[in-house]
Design a protein around this ligand. Structure first.
Ligand SMILES: Nc1ncnc2c1ncn2[C@@H]1O[C@H](COP(=O)(O)OP(=O)(O)OP(=O)(O)O)[C@@H](O)[C@H]1O
Ligand SMILES: [Mg+2]
Length: 246
């Protein structure tokens, strides 16, 4: 299977200045009124274009908070962040939404599909926001669903699909705008081991097609597929290692 992306393969090595994600001194404090929670307490992280990174760490260590910042779903309390060379700190809501739609594909543990509409319409949605013509939308959506093995389920609603199938719809949707970066937060957390293994294979293929893939996971089988593991504990990075063998 090919993903039709002819960007360079991350395993062929990257120039050190080729960081697609660059964070320095990132702190995120949630203010809930009564208490302040410092979810991230000073993160310095650079990810090169084409890397496959697993983010691991105990519950509450800040993994989802970090993913939300990387994906521009939220902004840091302090610190510097640039995405593909663009400083994110100074951007307003619309600009953040634009950079997110163009650059980032998100995949969540609970799939986050819209339940009332079909698999096809779920995948088509980002293309509607991306102002793609109807003809191109239709052909791209069909192609993506076929690539994730759901060519025969396009008209099914999420409730008429299995967990693994729903996650494949979510992956197809994340890929709709051909993003450079795929962010997945516990993508196999709600799946049985066979469906989880199919999803892991999809991520490996996406990485091989040249995309930057960042996955939060408790699943050591998925973490082992990544070339680099970043471990969080209490909002700081306690370990950042490259796999010995890729
Ligand atoms: N919206 C929020 N408001 C207030 N506190 C929050 C919010 N989101 C997260 N937190 C707190 O920030 C800390 C980090 O949470 P986060 O969701 O990033 O952890 P996590 O590593 O993803 O955990 P898990 O493995 O359970 O998903 C936790 O102490 C959490 O309670
Ligand atoms: Mg989380």
């Amino acid at each position: 299977m090919t993903w039709g992306n002819n960007k360079k393969n991350g395993r062929n090595g990257n120039l050190p200045n080729d960081a697609i994600i660059h964070m320095a001194g990132i702190r995120k404090v949630y203010d809930t009124g009564k208490v302040q929670v410092e979810a991230l307490a000073g993160i310095d992280l650079s990810v090169q274009s084409g890397e496959f990174v697993a983010i691991v760490g105990p519950s509450g260590s800040g993994k989802s908070t970090l993913m939300n910042l990387i994906g521009c779903l939220d902004t840091p309390t302090t610190g510097e962040y640039s995405l593909a060379g663009e400083p994110v700190s100074g951007l307003d809501r619309d600009q953040l939404a634009d950079i997110r739609n163009r650059r980032v594909g998100f995949i969540f543990q609970n799939f986050n599909l819209l339940p009332q509409i079909s698999a096809f319409e779920n995948v088509e949605m980002p293309l509607l926001f991306g102002a793609v013509s109807k003809k191109d939308r239709r052909s791209r959506t069909k192609e993506l669903l076929e690539r994730v093995g759901l060519g025969n389920r396009m008209d099914h609603k999420p409730t008429e699909l299995s967990g693994g199938q729903m996650q494949r719809v979510a992956i197809a949707r994340a890929l709709a705008m051909n993003p450079d970066i795929i962010l997945a937060d516990e993508p196999t957390g709600n799946l049985d081991s066979t469906s989880g293994s199919d999803i892991m294979t999809l991520f490996s293929e996406l990485w091989e097609s040249g995309r930057t893939v960042i996955v939060v996971t408790h699943d050591m089988a998925l973490a082992r597929r990544a070339a680099r593991t970043v471990e969080l504990y209490d909002g700081i990075i306690t370990r950042d290692v490259m796999a010995e063998k890729i």
